[in-house]
Write a protein that binds this ligand. Structure first.
Ligand SMILES: Nc1ncnc2c1ncn2[C@@H]1O[C@H](COP(=O)(O)OP(=O)(O)O)[C@@H](O)[C@H]1O
Ligand SMILES: [Mg+2]
Length: 462
């Protein structure tokens, strides 16, 4: 079955990333007959098979029609293909199996270049209608893709940059700057790419994807996008702050404020996960939730930054490397090259709950130097360590248990967003840490309520 996929990929004629896909399929074909060599340990063999499987998944994804919402950028594809092929080659050589000599680890540069030219022409045609240098046969092939894309974009307003008056910078991220601006006498926020003028076409396509995903969402806890511009500015409702700034500020949030915030944040994510197809946000963390209003106990929270979000279409789950969010919040399966799913968002939401509740940076990452950060955070996470230390004064036990479940290493052990909401709704609005209760009241209300695991106790007695 898999062998015929390689031939099919070859026969199909030019497709995007075609040369890289064929290169990958060829290498996978070369290990097709391989059986577990005597020198391979069970773990090594399992990892090898997992890589082969991942490779075939990538090939299969490229056989479905091109879709702006799910396409793979050249550099992402290039690095993923090389990572797989180099690994297969190194492992086969170590095992001294025959196919080792034939395996190639590096994609030839001219393959990458050819794929890049093809993809850039395709994107320029779909997004900007550029037809020069494209032969009629290809235009016929691409026309249906362009039409489909136009239908999807119909609901979005495209406005000129000249009707926006930028006022002051409100934020900054990996993508660019966010400004407060005036549009038709109303205050809005404008997210503007770092680069001015025409964006490189793949970046422009990523932005269009972000607008396509976010622009269609309507929910009280999702930031509203009003319009976009030809150079890729995103016009949206303006918030007062973001949750990262709020929770890492000088003042600790009250329990009441924390609960108000987390319940709304959970509802926004729950809406995404229950759409059909579900949307995986992929970059859940406090700074990607916007805060409307100044008072934590009455403010409105909305999910924002859909730069990495994708629709979890059947058979199109994203794989690590092709965008997995920010290290501290990233689910552990992503390190293992497993697909990113809605469960990965739940892990990140678990980390976000610790972050909001304690005001600390997950895994103490703010105290680590840049070089040690990745390894330290990964080790702590994979050994099951909690992102932040929680004491009995921080939250009720049920809340602590919920956060721990969300941060389970095995995605199967994590709750769904609906369960998270239910649990958050059941928590008492008027909870107070035992140390703040009068001596009489604290006698009546035990700090620990039966459900405590040995792990909790060990943590509390530290
Ligand atoms: N609509 C908005 N209103 C107010 N501030 C915003 C808005 N959108 C983003 N910001 C600020 O800009 C920061 C970066 O925006 P974000 O969308 O997360 O972009 P990036 O992809 O660069 O992380 C946010 O953390 C927030 O502080
Ligand atoms: Mg962000």
């Amino acid at each position: 079955m898999e062998g015929s996929q390689a031939e099919a990929a070859e026969r199909r004629g030019p497709q995007y990333n075609h040369r890289m896909v064929c290169f990958l399929a060829l290498q996978l074909d070369r290990v097709k007959e391989l059986e577990r060599p005597p020198s391979a340990s069970a773990e090594e063999w399992e990892a090898f098979e997992l890589s082969v499987h991942k490779g075939w998944r990538l090939v299969a994804k490229h056989t479905s029609p091109f879709d702006i919402r799910t396409f793979y950028k050249i550099e992402d594809m290039h690095s993923t293909v090389e990572e797989i092929c180099k690994y297969l080659k190194a492992q086969a050589r170590e095992w001294r199996v025959d196919c080792g000599a034939a395996l190639e680890g590096c994609v030839p540069q001219d393959f990458v270049q050819e794929d890049r030219e093809y993809l850039h022409k395709l994107l320029a045609y779909i997004l900007k209608g550029v037809e020069s240098g494209i032969d009629d046969k290809l235009l016929m092939e691409w026309l249906p893709i362009k039409r489909r894309h136009e239908v999807e974009m119909r609901e979005l307003q495209i406005i000129g940059e000249d009707v926006l008056v930028l006022k002051r910078q409100m934020g900054q991220g990996g993508y660019g700057f966010v400004y407060e601006a005036e549009w038709n006498l109303a205050t809005v926020a404008v997210k503007r790419p770092l680069r001015d003028g025409d964006l490189p076409i793949e970046e422009f396509a990523s932005l269009v994807r972000e607008v396509m995903v976010q622009g269609r969402l309507r929910h009280p806890n999702i930031a509203l996008v009003y319009a976009t511009t030809p150079s890729g500015w995103l016009v949206m409702e303006a918030a007062d702050s973001d949750l990262g700034t709020l929770c890492h500020g000088k003042e600790r949030l009250s329990w009441h404020g924390t609960l108000n915030i987390l319940r709304q944040a959970a509802k926004g994510l729950c809406y995404l996960h229950n759409l059909s197809p579900a949307i995986v946000h992929s970059d859940v963390k406090a700074s990607n939730f916007l805060v409307f209003g100044k008072e934590p106990s009455s403010c409105r929270i909305k999910v924002a930054d859909f730069g990495l979000a994708f629709e979890a279409l059947e058979g199109r789950s994203k794989t690590a490397r092709l965008g997995g969010g920010t290290l501290e919040w990233m689910a552990p399966e992503i390190y293992e090259q497993k697909p990113i799913t809605i469960s990965s968002d739940i892990f990140s939401f678990g980390v976000t709950m610790y972050e909001v509740l304690t005001g600390a940076y997950p895994y103490g990452s703010d105290k680590l130097n840049q070089y040690a950060q990745a390894a330290v955070v990964m080790n702590k996470k994979l050994s099951g360590k909690e992102p932040c230390t929680i004491g009995p004064d921080d939250c009720p036990n049920d809340m602590h248990a919920l956060m721990m479940r969300c941060c389970s290493i095995d995605p199967e052990d994590r709750p769904t967003m609906l369960e998270v909401i239910k649990c958050l709704e059941e928590l008492p609005n008027d909870w107070k840490p035992a140390s703040q209760l009068s001596p009489k009241a604290s006698q009546q209300q035990p700090i620990f309520e039966g459900k405590l695991s040995a792990f909790h106790l060990a943590e509390y007695h530290k």
